[in-house]
Write a protein that binds this ligand. Sequence first.
Ligand code: G16
Length: 542
Amino acid sequence: MDSEALQKSSASHPKPSGLTLQYGTAGFRTKAEQLDHVMFRMGLLAVLRSKVLASTIGVMVTASHNPEEDNGVKLVDPLGEMLHPSWEEYATQLANAEEQELQTTITEICQKAAVNLHKDASVFIGRDTRPSSKKLSQSVIDGVSVLGGQYHDYGLLTTPQLHYLVCCQNTQGQYGKATLEGYYEKLSKAFTELIKQSPISGENQRHLKIDCANGIGALKLSEMKPYFPKEMLIRLYNDGTKEKLNHLCGADFVKVHQQPPRGLVMEPGERCCSFDGDADRIVYYYTDTTGRFHLIDGDKIATLISVFLKELLAKVGQSLELAVVQTAYANGSSTRYLEETLKVPVHCVKTGVKHLHHKAQEFDIGVYFEANGHGTVLFSKAAETKIRQLAKEEKDDGKREAAKVLENMMDLINQTVGDAISDMLAIEAILALKGLTVQQWDGLYTDLPNRLLRVQVAERRAVATVDAERRAVSPPGLQDSIDALVGKYRAARAFVRPSGTEDVVRVYAEADTQENADALALEVSMAVYQLAGGKGAPPQLL
Ligand code: G16
């Protein structure tokens, strides 16, 4: 390590003295102007991680669903997973080291994690469309360069595209070609094959309106359009040419407010969807003939995919273990439908894709989705080998055809992380193959009315939880209050947790009617406000 060069380079990305940031649900996330030093240091960290694993590491500059003024960084491990939790502590240490401690901190990390600084390092870098992202990704490059790492700056990318590229690079092309064309070709080839087998093939067209949250999704979908089969007609809204990123639009807005995004006019029954700011989440929706808005969130996406996979597995006659992973935000009706009607085991883990992904790896086929629309499907190596073999060699025509559908589904789904583009194509293919309308999909089960609220407190980490975030253990008395409030309503459930991406405590409540879910959410929010040091105006319904 060239200490002098490090000191000099770090001095041009100075850490505001005394500023402490916490590694959150998906990396660091805060106001963009506080992040220059963090980006430089995550460039350093990516080099160390790359050296120790002898693999390419990804760094994505994005704050995803957060407002345009925020920014953040997500680190991508060799197979496209989120940074391993064992390194989150190193990330926090590096981000918070004062200028004069930086070198010692690096040395300590190298010792603890057995990093050999003489090894090579390679880092892939991507960024979203935020005005601050270009400069911040240059800071990442400076960090990578000062430790002698090689880098490839892909510029504007969706987060899942970076995950895909990193995985392709580290599997020597086994997962696909490590280029954007490779990504477009892989997904569109699998999608075209699936559509060919569906009743809509040929004459019929599939129309879909997509709200791109004024983010990167619009750019990348436009690039991908020429690869789509002619049956697929998409129209993009909120493409970033007029309005601000995530402002009154995007998957998070639609999910939280349970209303359509601004700028997208829907005819009754029309299928529409929203991406988030870095295109790793998706939710669907439509309005019925009475003008009522219907949200189809991550739970119903997981259910549709599970129904489809279960039917295919029965057709191919294989007893591969299928399971669904959810979080506490999953609507109670979805869990009941999956367990009781579909007979698929469901597991609940903490919020954060890293937790869901990890759990889903335990099964032959693990479907994971957060209610906010972030999710994917993982196929174990053994399941993949079996499916590919059946698709090629199975003598029974019916079984072989079903195996081929499974094989294409496997190629269409971005298994490295939740991916709005890939999920959208998988959903469109399933709806086409099953001949389902959006209303029929929605009718699989009825969501329990629910409400998500945010409470401003002085220190969000004053709220601590256990049991996959379903019970609060601090501040004292909070869980007792929640239990008492929940007891007042029918079919009710509520929990609270500190957000790992925004400076708020999140509150979720569900109950038998919307009025009751709203009332419960508000009462629980008041309890948080009073017991956890609320700041600003008391909580209100959105
Ligand atoms: C990130 C994580 C998701 C998580 C979301 C909200 O999403 O990847 O797993 O659900 O933040 O987390 P929290 O409730 O802790 O703020 P994204 O799409 O914003 O990167």
